[in-house]
Design a binder for this molecule. Structure first.
Ligand code: FES
Length: 582
């Protein structure tokens, strides 16, 4: 049974009144400065003050349209009697951040948590889109636990190149492999570039941005239907306005993230991820989010809940279509309804609307059975994330079966080891590299501590000499992540990571490795004594960052198996108003 929610009595004094209420010198100070923006006095009368936390940035192109969307959110807040304040927040862009945006997810969450707690906000609209922006704001909202609602920017329209759909990221990997294999010219690749991003919005595949938008909706943190509406569709602006209206009532009712983000909600999200063929990145983000609200979620929950879920959303990278078609087919509510019909949904989980998730979806219709497939012809029967264990991954590793090659799901091969990403780049195009398609590519030191930040390099490209034979997949193992737009038989998040002294660190060229996905096994074929001796002789990498955020990150980041959060940020610290500075 889901937790019963009882709305708080209204009217009552809100936290923003600790700044704006009364006639004290401090209240006059706080109101007086705000009035330099032309706000009338009655706006400070105790109505809900709603922070629109906006991850717009010119350097986060996927969120480049969020200032326009913020205007619609504001309109909704005004209509419902709230007072909107737009606040720019840390925007962890996937496109540009080095060494990887993932290193900054936790920094963004920390900065945004304090942005909420330290300022007069009673509720928050989380305006997000690009991959890390969604989890970082969800984590901040969870740790402060003020009423919050997600509005995503929506996906880009379909790309087309020479008459064929072009999926964000997915075709970048495909085209670059085709160039290496001599099947596409560099000029054609450049021509294709222009077709990849033809409107505002996030990646149009079921990559990490679309996955996390879907996770937010399945968790109950967004209005139903939010995830798939294209960025430029007028209905995207409608849902932004409706979300603005809704957050005001959520504040009055005191409907908080901790009321919504229950274990049942996480299990709904995990199953939804299996049904949509979502990104492996959702694993680390949901584990980290659960850690913020004190929900005991583990890697094993991913395997347990997702194992029998059929992937029914026929979207790249696992399938054929893109988010635009998913929206026209009915979007995520159709998928959630299907889970409910299959007995794979906690129907009474609460959502930001105040209704249960089942009430939100029970009457929707699937308008295109090529895009959202019927139950008797799914894309794959096992759509979840496989969690592998063995002496190579004592704390687990993950693989996305729907993106893998069926013939490689059980495989034994000789390891070809790359000590880090630079070693990989140096060797991979060398014709003398002793490798063929039966080998297992092993990449080390790309985990949360190692890279640092756990970059999306786990789907390392194949050697050109293999590609030229027409081979497009090999078993690859690393402690890295993989872009949600990528595909292949790729074992990721191997834990403990190499830089923390995990067994991955001591794999050597020529070792034999066994992958057995049906039995969830990842095994390095050396004796226990040999493994222990190698681990005893292992030395940490030199050149640790000496200062700055990189130091903080490396000193405190936890393993991928628990979500790679910073250890001191787990848990909910609430929203006490603290001392005034004046
Ligand atoms: Fe920003 Fe894909 S890179 S959404």
């Amino acid at each position: 049974m889901g937790k019963r929610f009882t709305p708080a009595p209204w009217p009552r004094r809100l936290r923003s009144q600790e700044w704006y209420g009364g006639t004290s010198r401090d209240a006059i100070y706080h109101r007086g400065w705000m009035k330099n923006q032309g706000w009338p006095h009655d706006l400070f009368d105790g109505r809900p003050v709603i922070g629109i936390l906006n991850t717009w940035s010119d350097l986060t192109p996927c969120n480049g349209h969020l200032r326009e969307l913020a205007e619609k959110v504001k309109a909704g807040i005004w209509e419902a009697g709230g007072f909107p304040v737009e606040v720019p927040v840390f925007s962890a862009s996937e496109n540009t951040f080095r060494p990887t945006a993932m290193m900054f997810r936790n920094l963004a969450a920390l900065a945004i948590e304090e942005t909420i707690r330290g300022q007069p906000m009673d509720g928050a609209v989380l305006l997000v889109g690009c991959d890390k922006t969604t989890p970082s704001l969800l984590m901040a909202a969870a740790s402060t636990d003020i009423p919050s609602i997600i509005v995503t920017g929506g996906p880009m329209l379909n790309g087309y190149f020479r008459g064929e759909r072009v999926g964000s990221g997915t075709h970048l990997w495909k085209f670059s492999e085709a160039v290496k294999a001599g099947e596409m010219t560099q000029e054609e690749f450049l021509e294709a570039e222009a077709s990849m991003s033809r409107s505002s919005g996030t990646c149009n595949t079921m990559g990490t941005a679309s996955t996390m938008a879907s996770m937010a909706e399945a968790l109950g943190m967004a209005l139903s239907g939010n995830a798939a509406i294209p960025a430029v569709d007028s209905r995207r602006r409608v849902i932004a306005q409706l979300s603005g209206r809704r957050i005001v009532q959520m504040v009055k009712d005191d409907l908080k993230p901790s009321d919504i983000l229950t274990k049942l909600a996480f299990e709904n999200a995990i199953r939804t991820n299996g049904a949509i063929g979502g990104s492996t990145n959702a694993v680390v983000h949901l584990l980290a989010l659960a850690g913020r609200v004190g929900v005991d979620l583990t890697l094993d929950d991913w395997d347990r809940c997702g194992r029998d879920v059929k992937t029914i959303v026929n979207l790249m990278p696992s399938g054929q279509y893109l988010m635009e078609e998913f929206f026209y087919a009915g979007g995520l509510p159709v998928v959630i309804k299907r889970l409910g019909e299959a007995g794979q949904l906690h129907k009474d989980a609460l959502t930001v609307s105040g209704a249960t998730i089942w009430d939100e979806v029970k009457d929707v219709v699937n308008w295109n059975e090529d895009v959202i497939l019927p139950a008797d012809r799914p894309l794959t029967d096992q759509g979840g994330i496989a969690v592998l264990r063995g002496n190579l991954a004592p704390k687990g590793a993950v693989l996305k079966p729907s993106a893998a090659s069926p013939h490689l799901l059980v495989h034994r091969g000789r390891a070809v080891v790359f000590e880090d990403i630079d070693d990989y780049k140096r060797k991979i195009e060398d014709e003398a590299l002793d490798i063929d398609e039966t080998c297992v590519m092993v990449l080390k030191n790309c985990g949360p501590k190692g890279y640092p930040g756990m970059a999306e390099v786990g789907n390392m490209g194949l050697p050109p000499k293999v590609l030229k034979k027409g081979i497009t997949d090999m078993v690859r193992i690393s402690d890295a992540r993989m872009s949600g737009t990528a595909y292949g038989t790729v074992v990721l998040h191997t834990s403990p990571e190499a830089a923390a002294g995990g067994p991955l660190a001591v794999v050597r060229d020529g070792d034999m490795i066994e992958l057995d996905v049906p039995n969830r096994r990842l095994h390095l074929e050396i004796s226990d004594a040999e493994l222990a001796a190698r681990l005893a002789a292992w030395q940490p990498l030199p050149d640790r960052p000496a200062s700055g955020y990189a130091w903080l990150h490396q000193a405190h980041v936890m393993g991928a198996d628990t979500g790679a959060d910073l250890d001191f940020l787990r848990g909910c610290r609430g929203n006490p108003v603290g001392k005034d500075s004046h």
